[in-house]
Each structure stands twice: as C-alpha cells, then as structure tokens.
Design a protein around this ligand. Structure first.
Ligand code: G6P
Length: 606
C-alpha cells in the first residue's frame, strides 16, 4: 500500500515528479523518496526521508545536488516491513549504486532470498523486503536492465509493482506488475508510470492499464510493452482519482475488504500443519504458551473486533478472555496476575485511551501485545510484540477495512494460541482452510451492493434502528449500529438478541426496524424466536442470513444473503453488508461521509 511514480520525457527537473507524488500521499505517508539520473555526472542521485513529503522537499532544498535529470522515480511509503526510518524509505539500491528501484507490494520469500544474497556477499542497508529486488537485479545485470529484471523476478514470490532505473543502462525505465496496480500515462512529450491515476491525471488522461507480468520499457520518446495494448481515456477529476474512481473513501475502503483479508493472511497460513506463522510473535512464543488469561483492550470500532476475539479465544484457544474499552479498564482495578497477556487492538496505534491502558498494564509487569495497522505507531513501539493487520491506509473516519483486518488477525491468533494448547490438527486445518476462502466469499457479498443500496433507500427515513445478534454476531450488531450512527446520524442500538424481551421490545412497532444477524449457526433457532417476537409486535425485520436459507423469507421483510463459512468466521462476512448499508444510507441522506461531524480518525486525547 504505497504510491509509486516514474517519469521519462522532455522535462528535466525532478519537481514534476514531486508534484505527482504529492497526489499519492493519501496512499501512504510515513516516508518519501526520489532518485534521478543526472547525465552530466553520469550518476543516480537519491534523497529519501522518513515523514511526510514536506520532509523530502526540505531535504531537496537543503541539498547541493543538481536537480536536473531524467528519468526519475519516486515513492511514498506505507510501511509493511521494517520501521519508519530514512534507511527503510524507498528508493533502494544495490551494492554498486547502479540499480535504483521503488516498489509497491510485498515480497513473500524475501527472507530466504536475502539470506542467500548475503551469503553471496551482498551488503544490505535497510530492513525492507524491497531491497532484495535491487540485489537480485544486480546479480543478473549484464548491461541490459530489462533482461536483468526478467531474470530476477523469476526467483520472486509475492505481489509487486516496481519501477527501476540503472546508471549503467541510462535513458530508460523498466517497470512491471504482479497483482499490484500499475499504469502508464502518456502524452506527446512524456511518459509516466504509476500505481495510481491520480499521479498523472493533471498531465494526461490517456491511460494504459498494465496487466500482470507485463514488462514495460519506457524511453524518452517511446515505450514498449511486451504486448500491444490500446489506451483508454479516463474522465475522473484528480480528486476522484485518489479515491480510485469511487465517490468516497469509505466506499473504496469497503470495496477493498476482500484485498484486506488477502493481505492479512498472505504468507501466514500453514494449511498442512493446521497452523499459522505470525512473525511478530516468534520472539515470545514460549511466554505465550504459559499465559493463563487474556485481557483485550481497544476503543471504537476496534472494540467490536476485540469482543469477537473474546468469543474466538475462549471457544477455540481455550483461554479465559476478558474485554474492556481503554477508557474503562484504566480506571477500573482489574485483577491482574503475572501470567496474563494484554492485547491492544488499534488501527492507528495512537488512540490515547488504548495507549494509557497499555502503559497501566506495562507498569504491572505483564506481557503486552499489539494488533495494529500502522507500522511504527506508538502502540507498536511500546508493546512487547505484536501482529500487523496489513490493511493499508484507511482515510475515511469510519473504520471499515481495518476492522476486517483486525478480525482476520484475531482468528489467526486464535489458531496460533489454540495449537499451542488443545486445538486438534483437524480443527486447525479447518479454520486455516476456511480463512483462505474468505477473500472470494467477501467479493461475492460486494456484488450485492446495488440491492443493499436499494434497501438503504427504502429504510433511510426511519429515526431508530435496532441491530441484534447472538454469540459471534452480537459484536457485529454493535458494529452495525455504530457505523450507521457515525456516518448517517441515525439513532441505532446494537443488542444481544436474547435481552430484547427484558426491555427493548417495549419500543417495537411498525416504525421501528430491526436488522437481525441470523446466519445458519449454533444460535440460529434462538435468533428466529427473537425475530418472531419482533414480528408479533409489527416490527420490520431485515435479516442477514446464510445463502440457501429460504425459510427466513417467511420471517423477515427483507433478506441480505452471505455465503456459508465457519461460525467463528461469520463476523468477517456478516459485517460487510452492514458497512454497505450504513454507507448507502448516509449517501441517500446526503451526509458528509468521509468526515462525519464531531468525529476524528485518530483520537489522541482522553
Ligand atoms: C476513532 C475513529 C474510529 C476508530 C476509533 C479507534 O473514534 O473515528 O473509526 O474505530 O477511533 O481507533 P483505533 O485507531 O484505535 O482503531
């Protein structure tokens, strides 16, 4: 989840690249860098800095380097491997400072490749997975850059889009993609290559989208793709282009939910062993085997992921687990024994209440773990160990894809801790196998977006909503209600379905709809009873049910279907229609979706 740009053409000043890079800052913003070929010195110059693009600009202004040159490559980073430092920022280079490269994606087998290259004498200067590509290309380089890139990539496993230049083969850019976006922007005097149309849209609307494994060689006056491809005319504004053509970041991020699952599980599932490999936990594996209880801590949307985690960890890992929000646990006096682990869940890793609770727990001397999206955030620095959710930058204030990343990570953690204890090989294998199917199942749900939009329009004018669920889907009822309150400003409550009869049924009438999460699982029959209690009082019901369940139509006014999966994993699917429903309701009501009133993305105050 980074932004990359390359330029070759008549313009000889790297500023044009910096401007293009600024339009990619929304994709990643923890570091930025540029490398350019200076024909006078016959050198590639490179500047890179941790922090926003402003830091890079400052470094450029302060440097004595000749800023003229061509071609140039640029990068804005969203860290996935290695902390946020100048060294880990892109571009990266080889031992001879001949090959310079920017990369978006993940190199899965980088560890093995790196060990081999070190043995062959290569010297690394960063902790990133990307740098192995530079040394691999160096290994195969014999004067022709595209040939070296082709040979190097045969050894690589992962997802990437890369842009490469070489001092010893100047006057060209070589670029290639595999499962990571890459496109060309062309006009009379120049060619851009980028991960994103927003980088090029102010220069040209002529776009050529590259396909997987296509290698492109760009020269100042032409470009050559290994296959001929027609260009297309795009009519997005620069603003729309940042959102990938979607009308809001929230919708873009919901549409990225399948990819978020893929990123979270990539390289981590061990299907044969019925287990998972979580690199961030290796150093404390033995300590984790000893823990007798888990305390989960989070705020906002992350708190509903934690509540799902509570069910998962107790049922499948067999570890007593307790959840509380950061703002409560820090003022309570929880009974803390030494053999407890506290797990903090946060998209940003900067939420003040979660961090305060983390510091409280650390003072008590217990093991602390983080489930975090933002690499290098305070939470990742202050916990003993942790797992990254790899959800990529989330821009909309209302969290959607990051929540999915948290749920998937908690499911993997459950397998890991369960397999350290009594979870059988068969159960481990079943969960791992079902996890690997989730991206496709999630894509299927997103295809029903138009029907969910129609439902949102039908129900948008009701002033109150209940969301009900049991067991794994009770926290999802909470998340559904939370989301519609955040973006559509409709009063909603997420309830344990079994508690309705003790109070909330009193409010039900024909003006009070309920969204009932009732997948075909161990509490399905109980959910049907609860739905009937609502129908008997003339309440309206929208059911979220498992595909193939025709019976539910007799009990509900409207039904949204989700595919079948393991009960423990149903929250990862059942929440997707609720995210879409909240989004489309807010659209129908004309709300400011990406920046809801009175709310902030990262709450760094108590
Ligand atoms: C704010 C955001 C929410 C988020 C919560 C926790 O309230 O608006 O979207 O869920 O903070 O944030 P965290 O970064 O800790 O997950």
């Amino acid at each position: 989840m980074c932004g990359i740009v390359g330029y070759i053409g008549k313009n000889q000043n790297i500023r044009v690249g910096i401007e293009a890079l600024r339009r990619l800052e929304y994709r990643g913003y923890d570091s930025a860098g540029v490398a350019w070929y200076n024909p006078e010195k016959r050198e590639i110059f490179c500047l890179k800095k941790a922090g926003r693009i402003d830091n890079l600009e400052k470094a450029i202004l302060e440097s004595n380097l000749d800023l003229n040159g061509n071609p140039f490559i640029l990068h804005t980073r969203w860290a996935t491997h290695g902390g946020v430092t100048d060294e880990n920022a892109h571009p990266h280079w080889d031992c001879k400072k001949n090959i310079f490269l920017v990369h978006n994606g993940i190199i899965e087998n980088y560890k093995k490749l790196k060990d081999g290259l070190i043995k062959e004498g290569h010297k690394f200067s960063s902790e990133t997975d990307t740098e192995v590509l530079c040394h691999l290309i160096e290994k195969h380089f014999q004067g022709n850059l595209e040939e070296a890139v082709i040979k190097a990539l045969r050894e690589v496993r992962g997802t990437y889009s890369i842009i490469v230049i070489a001092k010893e083969d100047p006057g060209k850019i070589v670029s290639v993609r595999l499962s990571s976006p890459l496109l060309l922007g062309v006009n009379q005097k120049e060619v851009f290559v980028s991960s994103d149309p927003s980088a090029v849209i102010t220069h040209t609307r002529q776009i050529i989208n590259l396909d997987d494994n296509e290698i492109v060689v760009l020269k100042p006056d032409n470009f050559h793709i290994l296959k001929e491809k027609p260009s297309i005319q795009i009519d997005w504004t620069p603003e729309e282009a940042q959102k990938g053509g979607y009308s809001h970041f929230m919708l873009k991020e919901i549409m990225e939910e399948p990819e978020t699952i893929e990123n979270a599980i990539r390289g981590r599932l061990l299907p044969e062993e019925g287990n998972v490999k979580l690199g961030g936990l290796i150093s404390i594996e033995d300590k984790l085997r000893e823990i007798k209880k888990i305390n989960l801590v989070a705020c906002g949307t992350a708190s509903f992921a934690a509540r799902v985690g509570e069910y998962m960890l107790e049922e499948y890992a067999g570890i007593p687990t307790e959840f509380d929000v950061g703002s409560e646990i820090r003022y309570r006096k929880p009974v803390i024994d030494k053999d407890i682990a506290a797990i903090f869940i946060s998209q940003s890793g900067e939420t003040a209440d979660t961090l305060a609770a983390l510091r409280e727990m650390k003072e008590k001397g217990i093991l602390t773990l983080g489930i975090t999206n933002v690499i290098g955030s305070t939470q990742t620095r202050e916990t003993d160990a942790g797992v990254y959710t790899r959800s990529g930058p989330e821009i909309a204030v209302a969290s959607t894809k990051a929540f999915i990343g948290q749920l998937v990570t908690l499911a993997m953690l459950t397998v890991f801790l369960g397999r350290q204890r009594d979870m059988s090989l068969v159960t481990g294998k079943r969960i791992v196998s079902e996890l690997s199917k989730l991206p496709e199942l999630a894509k299927k749900i997103l295809k029903s977006a138009p029907e969910i939009q129609k439902l949102a329009e039908k129900y948008k004018d009701y002033k109150n909503l209940y969301y009900i669920g049991r067991k794994y889907n009770y926290p999802i009822a909470r998340e559904g209600a939370h989301k519609i309150k955040e973006v559509a400003y409709i009063h909603a409550e997420g309830l344990r379905a079994g508690e309705l009869k003790h109070c909330e049924l009193a409010l039900i009438d024909e003006k009070f709809p309920t969204i009932a999460l009732c997948p075909s699982d161990s509490v399905y029959e109980k959910m049907i009873s609860n739905i009937q209690q609502i129908k008997a009082r003339n309440g309206l019901v929208i059911a979220i049910a498992t595909e193939g369940n025709e019976e539910i139509k007799k009990n509900a006014d409207d039904v949204i279907y989700i595919p079948k999966t393991l009960e423990m994993l149903t929250p990862i699917l059942s929440v997707i229609p609720l995210h879409l429903f909240a989004y489309y309701t807010a659209v129908a009501l004309g709300k400011d979706i990406d920046k809801p009133k009175n709310l902030a993305k990262s709450v760094t105050v108590e």
